[in-house]
Design a protein around this ligand. Structure first.
Ligand SMILES: C[S@@+](CC[C@H](N)C(=O)[O-])C[C@H]1O[C@@H](n2cnc3c(N)ncnc32)[C@H](O)[C@@H]1O
Length: 306
């Protein structure tokens, strides 16, 4: 460990000492915050409390508790890794929250952050209003966070989690086990729809969609995420084009497709000027999520299947 951190291990004793030290280090080194928190203080609170198996919203009096040697060493190492290697905290603590639920994560999957969480909080209204999907697909599932969260809203559905990456599916499996969902959820290796058996009543997808320009501008933190989870061709739409061309065949008659394309929504509008995409608005940040019913997709099929 380098000097400021070995000194810190000797001199800092309470939880609050370590949060303060972490926040100052993060600020001084101008880290990027985009994987769970949006500022240095919260990032330090998350790193320190999770490393001690304590809740993020720690009672103020507990912040004065003193730490034992091993705890100080672990936290110092993690602060150093966050600063010098720019590793997102979620990977250091192997946990990220999505839809208010904890998910196991490591560098085999993206850190969950999709605004599709808000779509689920609203029960995919009005598209799924008054209806319970019998079968849900989380396409390009990564950790499985979106699909597993959907079962909190639609608890009786059967869920398929699909990803091309076996590494990602291993992580999804850990989350299936952690939530005791092995009878309700299948993790399937599939290049998009290739190994899937429709029809699905609800398809949720946060596929790779970062375009080449954004990819080259990404802060170091993103280089710890699997490249396969981010880029998707020059305009970020290679995968989305295939989803649009094929989803109709995998949706039930009243099925609904929800797809995130983030900043690449501009490219999508430019690629299909005749198609009226319905873009969702979010209270808690994020953009670039569109929704189609099967009927609407079918009506625009000739644009997507070229
Ligand atoms: C943006 S990440 C999203 C992960 C997860 N849905 C989330 O929101 O955290 C995209 C995922 O798509 C997977 N992927 C990339 N190409 C794919 C393909 N052709 N078929 C299936 N999955 C693919 C990647 O392995 C990665 O896990």
């Amino acid at each position: 460990m380098s000097t400021p951190y070995t000194q810190a291990v000797k001199q800092l004793h309470t939880i609050l000492d370590w949060i303060r030290f972490g926040a100052s280090e993060f600020e001084r080194n101008q880290l990027y915050f985009g994987h769970g928190t949006d500022n240095a203080w919260d990032e330090a609170v998350l790193l320190v409390t999770a490393s001690l198996q304590l809740p993020f919203d720690l009672a103020p009096e507990r912040a004065q508790c003193r730490l034992i040697d091993d705890e100080r060493l672990l936290i110092a190492q993690r602060i150093e890794q966050r600063v010098n290697q720019r590793i997102p905290v979620a990977y250091l603590i192997n946990q990220a929250h999505f839809f208010g639920l904890p998910f196991y994560v490591d560098e085999r999957v993206l850190v969950p952050r999709s605004p599709i969480a808000e779509v689920l909080k609203n029960r995919v209204a009005p598209w799924m209003e008054g209806r319970e999907p019998a079968r849900i697909l989380d396409l390009c599932c990564g950790s499985g966070c979106i699909g597993i969260a959907s079962l909190k809203v639609f608890p009786d559905a059967q869920l398929d989690l699909a990803d091309l990456s076996l590494d990602a599916l291993d992580v999804a499996d850990i989350n299936i086990q952690n939530y005791g969902l092995y009878e309700q959820v299948a993790a399937i290796q599939s290049d998009l729809f290739a190994n899937l058996q429709g029809p699905y009543d609800l398809i949720l997808s946060n596929p790779p969609y970062v375009d080449l320009e954004d990819l080259s501008d990404m802060p170091d933190e993103y280089h710890h995420e699997p490249a396969m989870g981010l880029g998707s061709g020059d305009d970020g739409l290679d995968i989305t084009r295939q989803i649009l061309a094929n989803a109709t065949d995998y949706l039930s008659k009243d099925g609904v497709l929800v797809v995130e394309v983030g900043n690449s929504w501009v490219n999508l509008e430019a690629a299909y000027p005749q198609v009226p995409f319905h873009w969702l608005k979010f209270e808690h940040g994020g953009d670039g999520v569109f929704v189609f019913t099967r009927e609407q997709l079918q009506a625009h099929q000739h644009h997507f299947r070229v």
